[in-house]
Design a protein around this ligand. Structure first.
Ligand SMILES: [Zn+2]
Length: 444
């Protein structure tokens, strides 16, 4: 049974986003039925549909989806065999999740899933203004079972943009490529791309005249919930003199989001995704309120999930967007649900603390430790790595207080010691969050 969308045509996709919301919802209902029929071939969903007396063929509205329970990462982890079926076509590629919350999950992609994902990125890159005259330096990895780099590459190829598969690290080599191949856009992790600009300035290159007009980022937020840039986002834009767009993807969903040119969130691709925002009890929250992102990726074959809990916190906005698209937007990711901190009556996410630290020169090597306290508040300690001329403790505390309205404990340690704790070769990303509230630890 095919759950495929009817078309993967860029122009039709762009036209769809300008149509009325009723027309978009009608298309989504057709695609949702098809997706649920396919999901129902998996033992996990067959059981759920039977238990809820739910028939995908008889749904009449997108809101009927809410009759189904949420799917958690743990469900897949506990019984992967319940998420496989003979109705799934041959697997073309096996991706692994980053493993930031437990060990990596296996995510199968069919040929169609890879094509769909490439189309997904093609639409996102087109929205960021990239076109046939652009060349993009890809500073992310395309291997190590990492799907995002692969998706970016094929999205660029589909759009007719030239890809330069540089991969991560090695600023000297990156600058040689920039000088020789003259990319017009960069794609990578914001802190790396900022470091690349600074390395260039210190070594005789000028990032502002390098010809970079667009930067697409992954992995670290460059905007806050109110869409204003984080300090990191602002630094990045200033360093290269380029417009910065973030992208957000979830490997299990086989779908990704890219920032709108109006810098007010990432439009949800209507033919590829239904997104709900839920509270701690799984109840759907109104527009503009922060909650967990729950998504149903339409048209996926390999792992056709339904109402998958991402563990990420964000808001959905449905007000008309100045870019002219009529689809809902997902706001910046505000944090991970598992990393939510209760501190002195306030809800904090580690990202909010790191955004504040970006204001302070010399406070970039830092991690957070959280411990269980005897009252209802978590015990939050910000550990900053510093050399002899480190940032002033009072200034750090005042900055955190000003941004967060509460002041977590701040301690300084030797920079090399802090770096050693954060960098583990087995992790794809540096770890900056140590949760000691329970036996198990999670990292970010
Ligand atoms: Zn927009």
């Amino acid at each position: 049974m095919s759950s495929r969308p009817d078309t993967h045509c860029l122009q039709e996709a762009l036209d769809l986003r300008r149509r009325g919301s009723d027309e978009i919802a009608n298309l989504q209902l057709t695609l949702l039925k098809r997706h649920l029929q396919h999901a129902g071939t998996l033992p996990f969903y067959r059981r759920i549909f039977q238990g809820a007396d739910f028939n995908p063929n008889t749904i009449t509205s997108l809101s009927d989806l809410a009759e189904l329970p949420l799917t958690e990462r743990k469900d897949i982890d506990d019984s992967p065999e319940a998420f496989t079926s003979t109705s799934v076509p041959a697997i073309a590629d096996i991706a692994l999740t980053s493993g930031t919350t437990g060990h990596p999950l296996v995510v199968p992609y069919t040929v169609h899933d890879l094509e769909r994902l490439a189309f997904n990125e093609e639409v996102a890159f087109s929205s960021a203004g990239l076109g046939k005259n652009d060349r993009v330096l890809l500073t992310v990895t395309l291997d190590r079972c990492f799907i995002a780099g692969f998706a970016y590459f094929w999205g660029l190829v589909r759009l007719g943009v030239t890809a330069i598969r540089s991969g991560p690290g090695q600023p000297a080599r990156q600058w040689q490529l920039i000088e020789r191949l003259r990319p017009t856009a960069l794609l990578g992790v914001p802190s790396f791309l900022l470091g690349l600009a600074r390395w260039g300035t210190e070594n005789g290159y000028n990032p502002r005249t390098a010809g970079i007009k667009t930067i697409i980022t992954i992995g670290e937020p460059i905007r806050k919930a109110d869409f204003t840039p984080t300090r990191l986002g602002q630094f990045l834009e200033d360093a290269w003199g380029a417009k910065v767009f973030s992208s957000y993807g979830v490997t299990e969903l086989e779908t990704a989001f890219g920032d709108c040119p109006s810098a007010c969130g990432a439009h949800i691709h209507p033919e590829m995704m239904i997104v709900e925002i839920v509270d701690d009890h799984g109840r759907i929250l109104p527009d503009g309120l922060p909650g967990e992102v729950v998504a149903t990726p339409l048209g996926v074959e390999g792992l056709p999930l339904v109402r998958f809990r991402t563990g990420d916190i964000a808001r959905v906005h449905t007000a008309p967007c100045s870019c002219g698209w009529n689809t809902a937007r997902l706001g910046p990711i505000e944090g991970r649900l598992s990393q939510r901190l209760k501190y002195k009556g306030t809800t904090l996410y580690p990202g909010m603390i790191f955004h504040a630290l970006q204001e302070i020169p010399g406070a970039t090597d830092a991690y957070i430790e959280v411990r269980q306290s005897f009252d209802l508040s978590d015990e939050v300690t910000v550990v900053i790595g510093a050399d002899e001329q480190g940032p002033d403790q009072r200034k750090v505390e005042d900055t955190l207080q000003a941004h967060l309205r509460v002041g977590p404990k701040v301690i300084f340690k030797n920079r090399s010691e802090v770096r050693a704790r954060m960098h583990n070769d087995l992790d794809r990303k540096p770890r900056n969050f140590f949760d000691l509230r329970t036996e198990s630890q999670t990292g970010s």
